[in-house]
Design a protein around this ligand. Structure first.
Ligand code: PLP
Length: 440
């Protein structure tokens, strides 16, 4: 795969370089130079394939220059070890559950794929790779778990002190070994800024081969296309008129709870390859700079605000440049495919209770934002596909408060609560962060 930077389309690089750099040298984000457009029949033929097979087939299309066939299978089967079931609330509203991995959120798919790819690189190159990543909660957990024990890789997780849920924190502060948690006195945006500053710092660069595992990394994004593909083709297949063997053409709208917009960007990339989705709903909380843009305002990054869907508390979404690039900076074209919406915490809480009472289904606060977007903007014959980004058990305070005694805690979590937190507490300054990185 050839990739260009959103900052400069003329210069391309190969996949391995793009993955190891994370960000392009000009500060832009890497984009695939070619996303081959596949016919309707290609997508329909994928239905029934298990997830690792769907993943491998996507990698075959996109990464045949970068990994051998055996490596592509190995990566797909190491990363896609859990399912993503589609649950129907009613005839027209469906939930894609992306939270059955080790950290109970969709980020497990991207993080595990990236870790599997890095292991292939490390095996071939025998040089140590340092991953630095900022998290508002779930990324850190998924990356730490995905990379824990990976040979030749060390990981630093930057997180805002006191601003992630205690359970999320436990998921990346209790592993040890090659995983170090940096507890920053600041916001998530400070953490993102510090990650960028480390990349720009000559002293750190001279000592470490840095890369990032944030959703800006193209290795995180590609596997996220897989479950969009998976859900859409299975939904299409479920609507086949078996009596007439009629190839279905139902319109599908995907509602994506969004923060840094990696998930939505992956969906848009699959759409560009011809995946039959008619449009997307970009659902956010009070941090709604992208919906504002889609509604005709300027793109105006803002400090992030805290909400109960805290993994989406992002004031300057990092994948926005990729979205602009996909639509060649054309707002109107983007707005034809994407409806931007946002909901406050009160509406989110009401939705959780309403869906429980009406459908017997328990949603976490992020999924609830996606549900609200789908409920309000799915139209007529459209089938709504809501991406359920996290398991409700990751947000016990909110869930207990709304629906006491209803939630059951999955095994993945019970094991972790009793373990001891270990973090290095630093101020939100590059000097402090550099000290820690260079000491290790
Ligand atoms: C990260 C995250 C999001 C936001 O995803 P983006 O790809 O950053 O838009 C939504 N929900 C949950 C639970 C998350 O962890």
């Amino acid at each position: 795969m050839h990739l260009y930077s959103t900052g400069n389309k003329a210069e391309t690089t190969d996949f391995r370089t793009a993955v190891k750099r994370g960000l392009a040298p000009d500060g832009g984000l890497y984009m695939p130079a070619l996303l081959p457009r596949m016919p309707h029949s290609y997508w329909l033929d994928l239905s029934g394939d298990p997830m690792p097979v769907k993943a491998r087939k996507l990698f075959d299309l996109l990464l045949s220059d970068d990994f051998t066939a055996a490596e592509r299978s190995e990566i797909a089967s190491r990363a896609f070890t859990f399912d993503a079931p589609v649950i129907s609330l009613d005839e027209k509203m469906h939930i894609l559950e992306l939270f059955h991995g080790p950290t109970l959120a969709f980020k497990d798919f991207g993080a595990r794929t990236m870790a599997a790819m890095m292991s292939v690189f490390a095996r071939q190159e025998k040089e140590k790779i340092t991953i630095i990543t900022a998290t508002s909660g779930d990324t850190g957990a998924a990356v730490a778990r995905g990379f824990h024990g990976a040979p030749g890789v060390e990981v630093y997780v930057f997180y805002p002190s006191g601003q992630v849920s205690p359970l999320q924190e436990k998921q990346f502060t209790t592993l040890g070994d090659n995983i170090t948690a940096l507890e920053i006195d600041g916001t998530f945006d400070d953490c993102q800024r510090l990650v960028k500053a480390c990349f720009a710092d000559a002293q750190i660069r001279a000592n470490k081969q840095l890369t990032t595992a944030n959703s800006i990394n193209i290795a995180r994004l590609l596997p996220q296309m897989v479950y969009h593909i998976h859900a859409v083709v299975e939904l299409l297949a479920s609507q086949v008129d078996t009596a007439h063997q009629f190839a279905p053409t139902i319109p599908i709208v995907c509602s994506v709870p969004s923060g840094n917009f990696g998930n939505l960007t992956a969906g848009l990339m699959a759409h560009k390859m011809g995946l039959p989705v008619s449009r997307f709903i970009a659902a956010t909380n009070r941090n709604h700079v992208v919906p504002d843009y889609l509604d005709g305002g300027d793109f105006q990054p803002k400090p992030s605000m805290r909400t109960i869907s805290n993994a989406m508390d992002v004031g300057n979404p990092s994948n926005f440049d990729r979205m602009m690039d996909l639509y060649e900076q054309d707002r109107q074209a983007m707005a034809r495919d994407i409806k931007g919406v946002w909901y406050d915490d009160e509406k989110t809480r009401d939705a959780i209770v309403q869906v429980w009472e009406r459908y017997d289904y328990l949603m976490d606060p992020h999924t609830a934002v996606g549900y609200l977007g789908c409920r309000e903007f799915r139209e007529g014959a459209e089938h709504g596909l809501i991406l359920a980004t996290a398991h409700p058990a990751k947000f016990p305070e909110t869930m207990e408060d709304l629906l006491p005694g209803v939630m059951e805690t999955p095994d993945q979590l019970t094991a972790i609560v009793s373990r001891e937190k270990k973090s290095i507490h630093v101020t939100a300054e590059l000097d402090a962060v550099r000290d820690v990185l260079l000491k290790n």
